[in-house]
Ligand binder design. Structure first.
Ligand SMILES: [Zn+2]
Length: 92
């Protein structure tokens, strides 16, 4: 019986430490997201979605790599359109 109590205590401690870990990770993630936004603004080859012309500096849903450059797109569909014929979009 006493051993069971010890097991419950250990389990509770493990759960509490897990929750603290999650909270800590959450804080780290918000910092990482801010870094991602800066990363997107500095790395993208164009500030516009080449498929639909929308600005993608603030909100990039997807990116495609082509000829060593990174292009941002507002949606996976725009990315697919670009990838199906990149030269046509780049010539515009
Ligand atoms: Zn688009």
């Amino acid at each position: 019986m006493k051993r069971d109590v010890m097991l419950v205590m250990i389990l509770l401690m493990a759960i509490v430490s897990c929750q603290q870990q999650v909270k800590k990770d959450g804080a780290d993630n918000s910092g990482a997201m801010q870094k991602d936004t800066v990363f997107v603004k500095t790395v993208l080859a164009t500030s516009k979605d080449l498929a639909c012309g929308m600005s993608v500096t603030a909100d990039v849903a997807d990116t495609a790599h082509y000829n060593g450059k990174v292009y941002g797109f507002c949606s996976p569909d725009c990315k697919k359109g670009f990838q199906s014929d990149p030269e046509t979009y780049l010539a515009q």
